[in-house]
Ligand binder design. Structure first.
Ligand code: ADP
Ligand code: MG
Length: 344
């Protein structure tokens, strides 16, 4: 589905867990809504600490599942007949009608591309596929330079034109191909959150493939406790635990979905300017924002920009970002001022 990485197995960059309020409590209280399943090639986890009387957990689960399936049918590059796949197949050069949901995601993608000067670019899809991180099987080897250069000619977010009045888009070049893997999961998280809020649910956690939206408190009446992983390959070690509420959070990393050839690691994040996987020392970026869609896209954008350019931009734009950087003997952290302030 959206997320290519999903396909290749586990991707949870963030482990969400509950800490029991105190050691003496032998039995943990149960969440009245607890829903976990597979979606988009990854997993989701949804919890609500309390449900209004009229809301039945089983019915809610059905509604959530229907919503996720609908979004998958709009934004997946893994489904040949999704709305997005049909746009990708459309080579007429004419204006194309787009559903409200898809249009909203495409607009946010454009804003993130502009902010990051093209570091985030959903038209990078053909290169994602060429490097083996798309819907087809992984090849585990680097493609020829010639092929990369050839595909770069059909890439560039400016080649997707928007009409806000009619909610239509147009491809300025026929072979333009869109990949929403770096943003659609985040959007889906927001939509599930809004569905819960519309039912009067005020204390919840929604997580899909490591992207999160948190409202209110957990079942122990405490802020949600979110663990950020150390960006190590073979082990899952916690770097730090953040107590959070009323915020969205996303992490992008180079340590879960990649292949190695001759000792070089090729990650699933592609620099749209070179057509190649990123090579700098940044291991992961975590973003806090008001929507998970924004956080998701920004995390990938900063992952492409790297620890220096990315950090400067995040600081300048007042974005809450935590960069985890590889060093000779481990990792170091660099957080923007607004990130630090939010956790104080
Ligand atoms: P992460 O959690 O590491 O950010 P995501 O699944 O959110 O992973 O996003 C990674 C996916 O985004 C890649 O598999 C690819 O499909 C797509 N992608 C890669 N490079 C870019 C880029 N520069 N801009 C937008 N999307 C990208
Ligand atoms: Mg992302």
């Amino acid at each position: 589905m959206y997320l290519n990485n999903i396909k290749r197995g586990s991707v949870l960059l963030l482990l969400v867990f509950l800490l029991s309020a105190c050691q003496q409590v032998t039995e943990k209280p149960k969440y009245p809504l607890f829903y976990s399943d597979a979606i988009f090639g990854t997993r989701f986890n949804i919890k609500a600490s309390a449900l209004p009387n009229a809301v039945k957990s089983d019915e809610l689960k059905i509604q959530i599942k229907q919503l996720l399936d609908k979004l998958n049918g709009q934004m997946s590059t893994y489904l040949q007949d999704s709305e997005l796949s049909k746009i990708n197949q459309n080579q007429t050069g004419e204006w194309i009608n787009v559903s409200d949901a898809l249009y909203e995601v495409l607009k946010q993608a454009k804003l993130t591309s502009e902010l990051s000067q093209g570091a985030f670019d959903i038209t990078v899809g053909p290169l994602v596929n060429l490097w083996g991180f798309g819907p087809s099987e992984m090849s585990y080897k680097a493609p020829e330079d010639k092929k990369v250069k050839q595909l770069l000619l059909n890439i560039g977010y400016k080649n997707l034109l928007y009409n806000d009045e009619t909610h239509q888009v147009k491809k300025a070049i026929p072979l333009l191909y869109l990949d929403l893997s770096a943003i659609a999961k985040g959007y889906a998280v927001d939509r599930v959150g809004m569905l819960l809020e519309a039912q009067g649910i005020e204390n919840y956690m929604v997580e899909i493939g490591g992207e999160l939206r948190l409202k209110g408190l957990n079942i122990q009446n405490k802020p949600w406790r979110i663990a950020i992983e150390k960006p190590t390959i073979n082990m899952r070690v916690i770097e730090k635990v953040l107590p959070l509420s009323n915020i969205a959070l996303a992490t992008s990393g180079d340590y879960r979905n990649f292949f190695e050839q001759n000792g070089i690691r090729f990650s699933h994040t592609i620099d749209p300017h070179t057509g190649k996987p990123i090579t700098h020392k940044l291991a992961s970026v975590t973003i806090l924002s008001d929507t998970t869609m924004k956080a998701d896209a920004l995390a990938t954008a900063f992952m492409v920009l790297g620890e220096d350019k990315g950090y400067q931009l995040a600081e300048k734009e007042n974005i809450k970002a935590l960069f985890i950087i590889k060093t000779k003997d481990g990792f170091k952290e660099k957080a923007t001022n607004s990130f630090v302030a939010r956790l104080r």
